[in-house]
Structures are given as C-alpha cells and as structure tokens.
Ligand binder design. Sequence first.
Ligand SMILES: Nc1ncnc2c1ncn2[C@@H]1O[C@H](COP(=O)(O)OP(=O)(O)OP(=O)(O)O)[C@@H](O)[C@H]1O
Ligand SMILES: [Mg+2]
Length: 234
Amino acid sequence: MIELKNISYVIRENGEEKHILDNITYKFKDNCLTAITGHNGSGKSTLTKLIMGIYRPTSGQILLDGKDMTNLSIDERARLGLNYAFQQPITFRGITIKELIDIASNEENSVPKACEYLSKVGLCAREYIDREFDKTLSGGEQKRIELALTLAKKGKVTIFDEPEAGIDLWSFDRLNEIFSKGLCYIVVSHQERLLSRADEIVVMDKGHIIKSGKPKEVLKDLTVAKCKRAGGGN
Ligand SMILES: Nc1ncnc2c1ncn2[C@@H]1O[C@H](COP(=O)(O)OP(=O)(O)OP(=O)(O)O)[C@@H](O)[C@H]1O
Ligand SMILES: [Mg+2]
C-alpha cells in the first residue's frame, strides 16, 4: 500500500511561491486499480512523479507498506517494486525493443515470450521486436511499447500517466484489460471507460483531492458537475 501523508509540493516561480500540491493525504490500496482524474494542470502528473521519486515533496511523507520512502531515490523505489510509465514516453536510440523488454523483465526472454508483452498492448509483435525504440515510431506505438515495458517489470505498484493518450479508441477497450487485478495500479486518466473500470477514483482540482470513492458515486457527481457547467439543470 502507498500512503501519502500531508504531501505538499511548492515551487518558486518569478520569486513567488506556487503551490502545485497542497496537503494531500490518501491511501492507494493493494489489489486495487485507482484512477486519478481531474482538469488539466490540477496536479495529477506531479502527484504520481512524487510517488515515484522523480520529484521530492516540499513537506509530508510517502510510505510503502508502512515504511517511509520519502527520501529514497527513483532507483531505490524501483528496487522496492515501483514502476512508472510516463505521459510522454522517453525513447532511446541504439537499443532494440527486444533488448528493452529483457532489461525491463530482468531476464533474457525467448522471442515468443517477448512478443507476448507486445501482443498484450495490441501490437503485431514481430514487426516491432527488432526495431529501435526511437522517434521513428508513431506516438501511439511509443505509448503502447512504454506500456508493454512497464508490464514486463512486474512490480508491486505500477503507475501509468494517461495510458490512453494517443491510442486510438478502436483498440482502447482491449488495452483496458491489461490492468489485471491483483497489483496496486495507479492510473491517471481522463477516459470514462477506464474510470468506470477502476476500483477507486480520485478527483483532483488545483492541487487538492476534492473527491474519492467508488466509480458509480464519483462519476455520477462528475456528470452532474459537467452538466451544471454546461448550463443544464440538476
Ligand atoms: N516545474 C514547474 N514549474 C512551473 N509550474 C509547474 C512545474 N511543474 C508543474 N507545474 C504546474 O503545476 C500544475 C500541475 O501540473 P501537472 O503536470 O501535475 O498537471 P496534470 O494534472 O497532470 O495536467 P494534465 O491533465 O494536463 O496532464 C500545472 O499548472 C503546471 O503548469
Ligand atoms: Mg499530466
């Protein structure tokens, strides 16, 4: 379980303090797919980067199974079983996708085994396995390969920042199935279809968690709020 205790993240911009996250307390449970949603700029990516150790909180604590990991590096957190898939994948030249899958899974995979990871994210594996993970891949292909690599890591806690971004809606439903039950998944998403599959939804606004709970309840409130903003009645 990942526990956030009074997490704040404040930066200085043009000599002034900017509160990106403000006093966030929340428990991400094991065996649970928790979706984080909210407006652009509400702090979702920042929150997940703090959990992974890419940023450090200004104050507060982050615990993994009760142990304080606030001051651990990204590598140390990765060794404890935390994985992270970026909103915008980072590509590498000079290394093939097969080699990256081997690094991610920490073993030499047979070609069919490596292909399984790619098939899970809807790619025709043999077309990609010997390609480099570079900018010649389309945005959606990069995103899918990043997801496959994250799945290959088999961690305790897996964080995906907008896994659906750039992925065509035709194959999105199939992609949804990769979030198998059992691990702690933290997924930032704007997609109602993904949100409705979650066990818990967290809604962020202006650096705060403004709501959390089961999809049925939270999605109903979000729809009402959307209708009100659009000028509709109750
Ligand atoms: N280093 C920084 N300097 C200035 N502002 C920053 C910095 N990092 C984040 N922010 C601001 O913090 C806010 C939260 O950013 P964040 O990327 O977490 O939003 P988000 O909820 O993931 O948005 P989106 O849905 O667009 O991905 C934004 O207003 C962003 O501009
Ligand atoms: Mg973001």
